[in-house]
Design a protein around this ligand. Structure first.
Ligand code: SF4
Ligand code: SF4
Length: 473
C-alpha cells in the first residue's frame, strides 16, 4: 500500500524553548465546480426522490388525519394505517437496529455511498451549492466575486443566495415540525402569527440548523462532527468499494497536447488538469490516496471521465474499485463479514415484521383502588378497579369484558365497552365474591378483554382480589 498512499513529512520546524507552535489551521473555503456525469445524475434522481418523500409525505392524509404524525401530546404515532403507542416503542428500537445493520451491510459492501448520495447533510449541501451557482455563477465567477469589493451587484447576488438558503431552511424546518404538529394548521398559524411559541422556536431552530449546516459548515460536518465518518473506516476491508485513482495508469501526471504520444514522454493518463479536485465537495485530491475526508460522492469520477472522453482515453482513471483490485488481486464479493451482516439483517427484519404483524391492537391496564375491600349490602366482599381500555386500531371496536380466577366471581357494571379508534376509555369496575368462597385473603384474578366481533383479538391483565383474613378450618 505504500505505493498508493504517499507519506509526506509534516514534522514542524525545530522547536526551541519559548517558541509558540501554532497547530491551528484555518479553514480554506471550497469553491466547487459544476460538472455532469452518470453518478451526478444518479445522485440527482435519488435527491429528487428523497426530497419528494420528505416534503410530500407530511401533506398526505390517511384515515381522517395526517398520514405520518408524531402526536406527542396524545402519545400516539401514526404511520399511514398503523398507530403506535408508547408501549410499541420496542418496535422503534427494532427499526433503529435494522437501520444500523442495513448501514453496516451497505458500508462493508459499497463504502460511503450513504454519505455521498443519501445523507441529508450531503443532499441539502448539493442543493445549497446549486443555489450558489445560480446566484453567483460557477467556481471562477464565485472566487472573483468574493475577492471583489462590495458593490450593488455583489450585494444583490449575496442577498439572493442567502435568501434562497433561508427559504429552503425555513421550508425544511416547517416540514420537520409538521411531522409533530399537523402541517396544514401549522402553516396557516405560522404565517398568521397564531402558532404557539414552541412551534416558532423549533421551526426557527431547524431553519438555522439547515442554513448553517448546508450553507456554511458543509464538509466540516462530515470531517469533524459526524460520528459515522469516524467509525466506518474500521468497517472497510480490502473488498469494499472505494473511490480511487489508479496511480499505475495515471502516473506520471502532466500536461500534454491531445493526440501526442505521451507515453514516449514518460507520462501516464492523468493530464494534471485538477478538475477532480475542483469538483470535490470536501476539497481533497483523490490522487493522494484514500482519505477520511472522502465521502464517496463520485464527483471526481464524473469529472475525470469527462476529461478522459475529451482526450479519447479510456474512462475509469478514477473509479469505484477495491484495494484488492488496485493491487492486482481478485475482489471477493461474498466474504464472511458481509454474509454475517446480511444474515443478521435478514433475521432482524424477520423478527421486526413478525412483531409488527402480531402486535396486539387492544391494550388493557388495570389498577386496583386504594381501598382494600368492602362488604356490600348482600354481605359479599367487593373490590374496585380502574380499567384503561386502549383501542390501538384505526377503526372503532366493541369489546367484551370478563373476570376470572375465583369461583363465584361477579362482575358488576358494564360488560360491553365501545371504544372509538385510537382512544383510551377509562372504566371503573367492581368485582364481588361471597366471603366463604374465598380461598385466601389475597387471590390472583384476571381480566379478559376480547373484541366482540373477533374473539381471537383479546388481551388479558392480572390483578389481585383482596378480602378479610380467611381462617383455616
Ligand atoms: S481529473 Fe483526471 S486527469 Fe484531471 S487531474 Fe484529476 S485524475 Fe488527472
Ligand atoms: S474525492 Fe471524489 S468521491 Fe471523494 S469526496 Fe471528493 S469528489 Fe467525492
Amino acid at each position: 500500500m505504500s505505493n498508493q498512499i504517499p507519506v509526506h513529512n509534516v514534522t514542524p520546524p525545530a522547536y526551541t524553548e519559548g517558541d509558540s507552535v501554532d497547530l491551528y489551521a484555518s479553514r480554506q473555503k471550497i469553491y466547487t465546480r459544476a460538472f455532469t456525469g452518470v453518478f451526478r445524475n444518479v445522485r440527482l434522481i435519488g435527491g429528487i426522490v428523497l426530497f419528494l418523500l420528505y416534503f410530500g409525505t407530511v401533506w398526505l392524509d390517511w384515515g381522517g388525519h395526517q398520514a405520518v404524525w408524531w402526536n406527542l401530546p396524545e402519545r400516539k404515532f401514526y404511520i399511514f394505517g398503523a398507530t403506535f403507542w408508547p408501549q410499541d416503542f420496542i418496535l422503534l428500537s427494532g427499526i433503529l437496529i435494522v437501520s444500523a445493520f442495513g448501514l453496516f451491510f451497505i458500508t462493508v459492501f459499497a463504502g460511503r455511498v450513504w454519505c455521498g448520495y443519501t445523507c441529508p447533510q450531503s443532499v441539502w449541501t448539493w442543493i445549497f451549492m446549486w443555489c450558489e451557482k445560480v446566484t453567483e455563477g460557477d467556481r471562477n465567477q464565485r472566487i472573483k466575486l468574493d475577492h471583489a469589493p462590495m458593490s450593488v451587484g455583489k450585494f444583490a447576488r449575496k442577498f439572493t443566495k442567502h435568501g434562497l438558503w433561508l427559504l429552503i431552511g425555513l421550508t425544511t424546518g416547517l416540514t420537520f415540525v409538521g411531522y409533530f404538529s399537523p402541517i396544514r394548521d401549522l402553516t396557516v398559524e405560522f404565517f398568521t402569527g397564531q402558532a404557539d411559541g414552541w412551534s416558532y422556536f423549533w421551526i426557527g431552530f431547524f431553519t438555522l440548523a439547515t442554513y448553517g449546516n448546508a450553507g456554511w459548515l458543509r464538509e466540516q460536518v462530515c470531517i469533524h462532527m459526524c460520528p459515522y465518518a469516524r467509525f466506518q473506516s474500521v468497517m472497510f476491508d480490502k473488498d469494499t468499494l472505494i473511490v480511487s485513482y489508479d496511480p499505475r495508469r495515471g502516473e506520471t501526471r502532466g500536461p500534454r497536447r491531445k493526440d501526442t504520444d505521451y507515453t514516449a514522454q514518460g507520462l501516464g493518463d492523468c493530464i494534471d488538469c485538477t478538475l477532480c479536485v475542483q469538483v470535490c465537495p470536501t476539497g481533497i485530491d483523490i490522487r493522494d490516496g484514500l482519505q477520511i475526508e472522502c465521502i464517496g460522492c463520485a464527483a471526481c469520477i464524473d469529472a475525470c471521465d469527462t476529461v478522459m472522453d475529451k482526450m479519447s482515453y479510456p474512462r475509469g482513471l478514477i473509479s469505484y474499485t477495491t484495494e484488492h483490485n488496485l493491487s492486482g488481486q481478485t475482489t471477493h464479493k461474498l466474504r464472511p463479514r458481509l454474509i454475517a451482516y446480511a444474515a443478521v439483517l435478514l433475521v432482524m427484519i424477520g423478527v421486526l415484521t413478525t412483531a409488527f404483524w402480531t402486535r396486539s391492537l387492544i391494550g388493557l391496564d388495570v389498577s386496583k383502588d386504594r381501598m382494600l375491600y368492602r362488604e356490600n349490602a348482600e354481605g359479599r366482599i367487593e373490590n374496585v378497579y380502574s380499567l384503561k381500555v386502549m383501542n390501538k386500531d384505526q377503526v372503532d371496536h366493541t369489546y367484551v369484558l370478563e373476570a376470572t380466577g375465583l369461583p363465584d366471581l361477579k362482575l358488576q357494571g358494564r360488560r360491553e365497552i365501545k371504544v372509538p379508534a385510537g382512544e383510551i376509555f377509562t372504566l371503573p369496575v367492581e368485582l364481588s365474591v361471597a366471603p366463604e368462597r374465598m380461598p385466601s385473603s389475597s387471590n390472583e384474578i384476571s381480566f379478559l378483554l376480547r373484541d366482540a366481533e373477533n374473539s381471537s383479538t383479546q388481551v388479558q391483565a392480572k390483578s389481585r382480589f383482596i378480602g378479610p383474613h380467611v381462617r383455616s378450618e
